[in-house]
Design a protein around this ligand. Structure first.
Ligand SMILES: [Zn+2]
Length: 186
């Protein structure tokens, strides 16, 4: 059964269960919620999705497989938006005084640029295998210098807007970029 990914998620969800969920054979709200919060399960599902045709042919339920592949693609888009948002924050952090943020309680320190960029590349590759191409041309191609960091952040935030539309987190990050720029000009 070559459709199964190589790695079993360490959260304890079996590949067999994931495969049946992928086929649309498992209706379990608890599992739905777990998968939404579990990056490892989703990574396995992207692998399953990239072989969706084989899975559909095998199970005899092409509609279910197509539907679930669509769901996986939608989830992938949300995951990508999270990564792109984090990339924008990583760019702001590179600016040095990026802490002059109007946000009183940033959720978490962003990881560094290289780590986030690697996740974006990996997810983009998996989504392309599913036939999903996201518009990422505005992302900075490489880690920006401190002088380029604000423009890089703005590019990432523009890409974020294309992925999820105008959002509160996009607005806040743009405001942080504006505040940083203002504080540098004064
Ligand atoms: Zn899991």
């Amino acid at each position: 059964m070559s459709a199964l990914p190589d790695t079993t998620p360490s959260c304890g969800t079996s590949l067999d269960v994931l495969s049946r969920w992928h086929d649309g054979d498992v209706a379990d709200p608890v599992l739905d919620r777990h998968i939404q919060g579990c990056a490892e399960c989703r990574a396995s599902l992207y692998d399953l999705g990239s072989t969706g045709t084989a899975v559909a042919g095998m199970s005899g339920v092409p509609y279910a497989a197509a539907r679930v592949t669509e769901t996986t693609a939608r989830q992938g888009r949300r995951d990508m938006a999270d990564f792109v948002h984090e990339l924008a924050l990583a760019c702001l952090a590179l600016r040095g005084n990026g802490r002059a943020s109007p946000d009183p309680a940033p959720a978490a320190e962003p990881r560094d640029f290289a780590a986030v960029a690697a996740d974006i590349r990996s997810l983009d590759r998996r989504l392309r295998e599913l036939g999903v191409r996201l518009e990422l041309a505005e992302l900075p191609p490489a880690e920006p210098s401190p002088a380029q960091a604000l423009d890089a952040a703005r590019g990432a935030l523009s890409a974020l807007g294309k992925l999820e539309g105008a959002s509160e987190r996009q607005r806040r990050a743009l405001a942080a970029a504006d505040a940083t720029r203002a504080s540098q000009q004064s």
